[in-house]
Ligand binder design. Sequence first.
Ligand code: OAD
Length: 249
Amino acid sequence: MNEPVPIPRVLVEALRGARAITVLTGSGVSAESGVPTFRDAQTGLWARYDPADLATPEAFGRDPKLVWKWYEWRRKLVREAAPNQGHFALAELERRAPRFTLVTQNVDGLHRRAGSGDVIELHGNITRSKCSVENAIVEDYDPEGAPPVCPNCGAPLRSDVVWFGEALPADALRAASDAARACDLFFSVGTSGVVQPAASLPFEALRGGATVVEVNPDDTPLTRSADYALRGKAGEVLPALVAAVRDSV
Ligand code: OAD
């Protein structure tokens, strides 16, 4: 059995007293659900491809079938996955905090499935498809074809996710940035913190005077600047955090 994760007493107090909490998650939070992290995502048939060579408009232009098939494989992984204790702990934290904003880079939709209410999805959602020309979300289409085509204009469909080199949805980014600057407690969970602009959010929170906590088994570029680095898996550290808050009531 794993050792219980030690949660600093001052952090429990900070959590209990926080007026506004903002959490940024990355693919590490879904690792314990069996969804490989972004940089570990290449297994089996896909091991010889670099995600950076698949998740781009150029790759889709070159070989739409290959890119659609890759997302189809990842969609299947996500469909078969279930939220883990880390996702559930964040949903509980939301219910306990006066103001709570969950910002995720994940495209797997597992936070909503765990009961989180208001999730800002910075990089889109893999379960939605959109027209690659008109950008409109398409719900009803003939699934034949790789990729299937837009029923309106006949252009190939693609996943509604943000690819390398594409802009993030402006409203989502603005809301995330506002929440980072306005919170008094900020958590960065399961992200390597190397992909901008999401990687700047904890630093915006620091500049705004928030206490910043990292939850990750490994060091990241944020670790040295964070007020607390809780070493461990999200599925262990986050429930321990929530339990400590619950027990301190
Ligand atoms: P990465 O694969 O870069 O990083 C995953 C992080 O999770 C690493 O720091 C791991 O140490 C950590 N980790 C692994 N297992 C964990 C666990 N059980 N609990 C907590 N942490 C764990 O994934 P992201 O940071 O999410 O964007 O990548 C950010 C973005 O890069 C992705 O959203 C994707 C990619 O570009 C787009 O596709 C636009």
